[in-house]
Design a protein around this ligand. Structure first.
Ligand code: FE2
Ligand code: FE2
Length: 330
């Protein structure tokens, strides 16, 4: 990204080209579908209505989600900048900028929910019980791993072809649309229900737009790049696994009892009205969500990766322990 001189990528003169009508239409939907996290009736999420364990459990899941929202802000923001520097068609830049803003809005939901139920969690939190200590420790461990993810994602722009990164965004959006729909439908608390229904609307738009980008860009790719896309999808699965399944330790280096407490906290959060699906539901639903897009992806000559953990058939794609992953986020 540091190339200088006459030939270096540059925002100017820019363009207003529209090559992919579908991408323009999807971007335009952002305006009528706009919603405000500020206007939700936040006083209905009141720590007085919950036990202290239920409070930290809700803040825990929201902080886990915030990891992926934060990487979304960074990745889509950076992608919008790269789209402009490399003179991609106009709706690509605007669509990606709108997605980056959506991710800010989702992170804002996480921030506000934590502030209501467990002020200062996780950044300035002082645990008082074992459960609080484990929740805080788990989130800290996730964020530490997140640093490795982000460094690899920044490096990817110098390592991989631009088209590969832009056409791989759609995979995470499949998972995003799925998880938020489920959380929205299962939440008993009205604020969470409304917030996640709105987030699902955003994610559905992200999925439509990223598929439009993928179809346009990948139709011109050679077989080698298409094979790289299969690998990117596997990376995406591994990166999102702590939220959408259970952490895959090829990448995630977490404490031994991480998952034991993760499950305990998720159950408590569910009991408090935050509709987190169970592990078995996540496994099955993620597989089905990917299957729904199989024919579209395969029609472009791109194979899905085999993902044994959730029972997805596809091309065997090995990711060794310690490999950096550069998946694109939610
Ligand atoms: Fe998001
Ligand atoms: Fe998204």
């Amino acid at each position: 990204m540091s190339k200088k001189g006459e030939d270096a990528p540059n925002l100017f003169p820019g363009n207003w080209d529209v090559d992919t009508e579908m991408l323009l239409k999807t971007y335009e939907l952002w305006f009528p579908q706009n919603w405000s996290p500020v206007d939700l009736p936040w006083d209905e999420v009141d720590s007085k209505n919950f036990s202290s364990d239920e409070c930290v459990a809700q803040a825990y899941w929201m902080s886990k989600l915030a990891l992926f929202e934060k990487s979304g802000i960074g990745a889509f923001g950076l992608a919008a900048l790269q789209a402009a520097r490399h003179n991609l068609e106009d709706p690509t830049k605007k669509f990606l900028s709108a997605v980056a803003f959506d991710e800010c809005r989702h992170d804002e939901i996480c921030r506000r929910a934590c502030a209501r139920v467990c002020p200062n969690f996780p950044y300035n939190f002082k645990p008082r019980t074992t459960l609080e200590e484990k929740a805080f420790r788990n989130v800290t461990a996730l964020y530490d791993n997140g640093k490795r993810y982000w460094s690899a994602f920044e490096d990817a722009w110098d390592k991989y072809p631009l088209e590969l990164i832009f056409s791989s965004f759609f995979f995470a959006e499949i998972g995003a649309q799925l998880i938020f729909r489920e959380v929205g439908e299962r939440s008993k608390n009205g604020v969470y229900g409304t917030a996640f229904k709105n987030i699902t609307k955003d994610e559905s738009r992200h999925l439509t737009g990223t598929i439009a980008m993928m179809e346009r860009i990948s139709s011109k790719m050679d077989a080698g790049k298409k094979a790289m896309m299969t690998r990117q999808m596997k990376h995406g699965f591994i990166y999102l696994s702590p939220l959408l399944f259970r952490p895959v330790n090829d990448f995630w280096h977490l404490p031994k009892d991480f998952f034991q407490y993760d499950q305990k906290l998720e159950e408590l959060a569910f009991g408090a009205g935050l509709g987190v699906p169970t592990l078995d539901e996540r496994r099955e639903d993620w597989m089905k969500a990917i299957e729904r897009h199989r024919s579209k992806v395969e029609a472009l000559g791109i194979q899905l990766p085999e993902i044994k953990e959730i029972g997805l058939a596809g091309l065997e794609t090995n990711v060794k322990k310690g490999d950096e992953i550069s998946a694109t986020p939610l």
